[in-house]
Ligand binder design. Sequence first.
Ligand SMILES: NC(=O)C1=CN([C@@H]2O[C@H](COP(=O)(O)OP(=O)(O)OC[C@H]3O[C@@H](n4cnc5c(N)ncnc54)[C@H](OP(=O)(O)O)[C@@H]3O)[C@@H](O)[C@H]2O)C=CC1
Ligand SMILES: CC(C)(CO)C(=O)C(=O)O
Length: 300
Amino acid sequence: MDRDTRAETVAVVGMGAVGTALAGALAAAGHDVVACGRRPLDRIEVTDGTGADAVTSTYPVRWVATPDDVGAAALTVLATKIHDTPAVADWLAALTAHGGHVVAAQNGVDHVERIGPLVTAEVVPALVYTNVERTGLGAVRTRRTDRDLVVPDTASAEPAVALLEGTRLAVERSADFRTAAWRKMLTNVSANPITALTGRRVEVLTEQPVAELAMRVLREAVAVGRAEGAHLDDADAREVLAWLQALAPGSTTSMLQDREAGRPLEHDGLTATVVRLGDRHGIDVAANRSLLALLSAVSP
Ligand SMILES: NC(=O)C1=CN([C@@H]2O[C@H](COP(=O)(O)OP(=O)(O)OC[C@H]3O[C@@H](n4cnc5c(N)ncnc54)[C@H](OP(=O)(O)O)[C@@H]3O)[C@@H](O)[C@H]2O)C=CC1
Ligand SMILES: CC(C)(CO)C(=O)C(=O)O
């Protein structure tokens, strides 16, 4: 830990893929991690990479079973799926009883609108670029890319951002967070539905007919993002597809993992959001609408 960084108690709500990966990074930096989850855990295991280069580390965590048993925390990480946010409202209320910061490690573009009403704390959205796969209870495999998190570069987010920067995570600050969130949204409205619906990992995006569908989805989302005030253009659509196609072989997506595990899919905060906003702005979102019809058929 950096000389100027104090050890803090950090609560993680949603000890799945992303929650466990972030808990590992926070514990590795010396913080006391409180795991707020449905299943008991006293340690977590994070494997970084694959094959001979993989490095596995274990970290202790303190499990708390119910919101009634947890105290307030200066920093809370929220890492449930978007649609599970209301279900953890009691955790968030208890953890933010004295203010503090909630790092919203979720996909989507409306973190503050979604979580703000549930807490008396500052909501700091964090766009997660690490690819994280659940491998067992309290165990994950990470495939890291050029950056792990993108966060807003604002004074109000500073305490949470400084704490995250004191870990091994590569944290990028964005002065135009609306654009950053929509750029992350581009990865999710293309890769997530296509992998979940095909049952294939990200390599499927390198196949020409699939790549063409992904580009149609991306171009529609760029148009919607622009109408919402994000600074995006066609180059962003092309760069996002190239980035996804260059992910480490075997990389999965959060939605494919949900499909494989029979869990509800996270389409409301992703594809359905693009469709809703597209309709509001009068933008043609036919490709996203088709994907949404299939996702809704799989996960009503
Ligand atoms: N996985 C990835 O690589 C990435 C994911 N993301 C985003 O991060 C967010 C989290 O995704 P991910 O980590 O994959 O999701 P997971 O499904 O792996 O983890 C979500 C966790 O939330 C827990 N949870 C749900 N409801 C409750 C509840 N009522 N009380 C307590 N715990 C609850 C689940 O519990 P249980 O274990 O019991 O199911 C699970 O552990 C999503 O918005 C996703 O889109 C972003 C980038 C990459
Ligand atoms: C970038 C990507 C597609 C992979 O980690 C993701 O955000 C997800 O799986 O939800």
